[in-house]
Design a protein around this ligand. Structure first.
Ligand SMILES: C[S@@+](CC[C@H](N)C(=O)[O-])C[C@H]1O[C@@H](n2cnc3c(N)ncnc32)[C@H](O)[C@@H]1O
Length: 217
């Protein structure tokens, strides 16, 4: 797949995949969407100091960067596992790096690090990237927070199923949460069937709703 860089409504970049007519983020603002869904409705709802995060769909690494920026000057420690089936090619990484939001040592560390290895982004932030299809992923840790950021349900219906969410539910700690940008009926139903308590929240600009799912038992 050959993604192209485009700019979204808040001027932040995202990737567009012509083959499946899909963007990596909302065209109404990639940065505002990621901050709203993953950081504000996800990370900032966790009051613990040691947080295990699992991201489904590492992509550009934007959520890693935003999470790191949020906690770097705090007393929190993050272990961040990002899984990805289609790693970006070097030429795209080089082009992305020219964008202000990606022009940092953190961005290079994320993309230059070896798959499967635990790398120290800083003293309180460990990243482990895993090159794997979510369908085959087996968690070896339990997570406080899951960023579910796969392509949209109509593009990847096999990923937004009870079976997949059940696997993620089992990998979630008690009181842990899963956040995602899609609030489609089939998504909420599959999350509920997997055992999560599902809440519909106000969505980011351009979207009415998003979902936060909590493992209560
Ligand atoms: C909506 S994009 C989000 C990307 C990323 N979170 C970001 O901020 O750039 C979806 C991501 O999921 C990845 N993906 C698609 N199918 C996958 C699968 N079956 N298993 C793991 N990752 C997958 C895509 O390659 C893409 O990077």
């Amino acid at each position: 797949m050959r993604p192209k860089i485009i700019h979204t409504a808040d001027k932040s970049p995202t990737l567009y995949l012509e083959e499946i007519d899909e963007h990596y983020h909302s065209i109404n603002g990639a940065l505002q969407e990621s901050m709203h869904v993953f950081i504000n409705a996800g990370l900032n709802q966790i009051s613990k100091n040691n947080i295990n995060i699992l991201e489904i769909g590492l992509g550009t690494g934007l959520n890693v960067i935003l999470t790191y920026n949020e906690i770097k000057n705090s007393n929190k420690n993050v272990f961040y596992k990002g899984i990805e089936k289609y790693p970006l090619k070097n030429e795209i990484i080089e082009q992305l790096q020219k964008e202000t939001i990606f022009n940092s040592d953190t961005f290079l560390k994320i993309h230059n690090s070896n798959w499967e290895e635990e790398i120290n982004i800083s003293g309180n932030f460990i990243l482990q990237k895993q090159k794997i299809d979510l369908i085959n992923f087996q968690a070896t840790k339990e997570y406080d927070l899951i960023y579910f950021d796969a392509f949209a349900p109509n593009k990847q219906p096999k990923l937004w199923t009870t079976k997949v969410f059940l696997k993620l539910y089992e990998a979630t700690k008690k009181d842990g949460i899963l956040v995602t940008y899609s609030a489609k009926g089939i998504v909420k139903e599959a999350l509920r069937n997997a055992g999560f308590e599902v809440k519909r929240l106000k969505g980011p600009a351009g979207k009415r709703h998003m979902v936060r799912a909590v493992k209560q038992v």
